[in-house]
Design a binder for this molecule. Structure first.
Ligand SMILES: [Fe+2]
Ligand SMILES: [Fe+2]
Length: 287
């Protein structure tokens, strides 16, 4: 098993970015890695790809960030949201672009989880709600790696999930020695995303393992469970996991608060469905 884990880590390191990812993402990784890079340089890079910047702007103006006015340029988005959030958005837009056609369910699950995380973060007054939404948007990104790099195993997981009522991450742990959460964390690290995004991704199925950002992790976990429970999108299996005790403890929600959150998420998911259809539109013009 250790060998498998090392193999996956090596694969991630070697490719640094997915082979099908546009070069812009690896260029952005290099820019963000360099401390001297200015916001203008990053904005210029994202803006050089019309489709990507249109997608980033749609996400920035989506229900989960909720800025009062319309954000119409990438540099404004960078100023409002910060480099890490915009980088996270550009990564999700690029990665899901290649998945949209065949994995619409996972894309919608991810968008839905981002919207739900935003509702929870705002309701409980958690700081850095934008970062939390972005981590939620990327939380299942490890599934993309598993699907692409371990195609054969992935098919096997799918049938086990169907036949044995196993969850996807249990099947992954058994045969790969790591699940998509941990793999997603490795991937986010290789893209130089900060720990506050990495940890919620890596620990969304093991909240108690989160040591530095347990509140952010608990929010992403709860958002994931609620979106699955609501039957929105499709993340690979139909099992709704229990909300973990560590998450309950960290969030300290009353029943009434939870009910309020669920109602608001249900409303938001209608907007998210429209957003998903809009983002998938084949000929996106810049917003
Ligand atoms: Fe997951
Ligand atoms: Fe998920």
């Amino acid at each position: 098993m250790t060998e498998r884990r090392e193999e996956i880590q090596r694969l991630i390191k070697e490719t640094r970015s997915l082979p099908t990812l546009p070069g812009i993402v690896s260029k952005m990784s290099a820019l963000v890695e360099n401390d001297k890079t200015s916001i203008q340089e990053i904005a210029r890079l994202v803006s050089s790809d019309q489709i990507l910047s249109a997608k980033v702007l749609k996400l920035v103006n989506s229900p989960f960030y909720g800025f009062p006015g319309r954000v119409s340029t990438v540099s404004n988005a960078l100023i409002l949201l910060g480099v890490n959030v915009v980088k996270g958005l550009a990564l999700s837009a690029s990665i899901f672009e290649m998945m949209e056609k065949n994995v619409v369910g996972l894309w919608e699950h991810s968008l839905g989880t981002a919207a739900a995380a935003s509702v929870i973060a705002k309701r409980i007054g958690a700081p850095e709600a934008e970062e939390i939404s972005t981590a939620a948007l990327l939380h299942d990104i490890g599934k993309v790696i598993v699907k692409i790099k371990f195609e054969e195993e992935f098919k096997h997981f799918e049938s086990r999930v169907r036949e044995e009522a196993l969850s996807m991450y249990e099947a992954e742990r058994e045969s790969l020695g790591a699940d998509h959460a941990e793999i997603g964390g490795w991937l986010a690290k290789s893209w130089f995303l900060p720990d506050k995004l990495i940890e919620p991704i890596a620990c969304h199925h093991d909240v108690e393992k989160s040591t530095q950002y347990p509140l952010k992790t608990a929010i992403v976990h709860l958002a994931d469970v609620l979106v699955k429970a609501g039957g929105f999108g499709f993340s690979g299996d139909d099992l709704v996991p229990q909300i973990q005790p560590a998450a309950w403890k960290k969030l300290g929600l009353s029943e009434a608060q939870l009910e309020g959150i669920i109602d608001e998420i249900e409303e938001k998911l209608i907007d998210v469905k429209n957003l998903s259809l809009e983002i998938q539109a084949p000929h996106d013009a810049p917003a």
